[in-house]
Write a protein that binds this ligand. Structure first.
Ligand code: HEC
Length: 131
């Protein structure tokens, strides 16, 4: 009985210490989710701007700052610096967060999926290499 509750306590501690940290599973799920973005966005070392700007080094980047990409005024003037919280809000409903954006995407509503997508995108540094 004692051994059993000790094991349960250990499992609980492990679960708590992994919460909020990206793991390989999140990244793999996020890569799948990114298929919804691929029609318009690229990431990685060969990423180029297409319908939308490339998304390398997104977290920490200012909105509207990729050279050579023709952003809407709404995006350029949003004053956003992309971090996890603001990205989560934006990707749920892009047109609500940046009214007038030309990103034609309905949004991702599930928090878990947003978390996975964040873990996937966070891997890529500004040079497109995985950190
Ligand atoms: C139909 C095309 C399309 C799809 C699909 C799409 N986007 Fe976009 N995205 C755009 C366009 C166009 C812009 C530029 C918006 C502007 O200038 O108003 C943009 C802008 C962005 C920005 C702001 C970048 C910056 O430098 O300020 C982020 C972040 C972003 N998209 C993430 C995503 C993610 C993540 C997905 C998938 C879940 C996605 N987008 C799906 C077209 C798309």
């Amino acid at each position: 009985m004692i051994a059993r509750s000790f094991a349960a306590a250990l499992a609980f501690a492990a679960a708590v210490s992994f919460a909020g940290t990206a793991n390989a599973q999140d990244v793999a799920a996020g890569e799948k989710s990114f298929n919804k973005c691929r029609a318009c966005h690229q990431v990685g070392e060969t990423a180029k701007n297409s319908v939308g700007p490339e998304l390398n080094g997104l977290f920490g980047r200012k909105s509207g700052s990729v050279a050579g990409y023709n952003y809407s005024e709404a995006n350029k003037n949003s004053g956003i610096t992309w971090d996890e919280a603001v990205f989560a809000e934006y990707i749920k409903d892009p047109k609500a967060k940046i009214p007038g954006t030309k990103m034609a995407f309905a949004g991702i509503k599930k928090d878990d999926e947003i978390k996975d997508l964040t873990a996937y995108l966070k891997q890529f540094g500004a040079d497109g290499k995985k950190k």
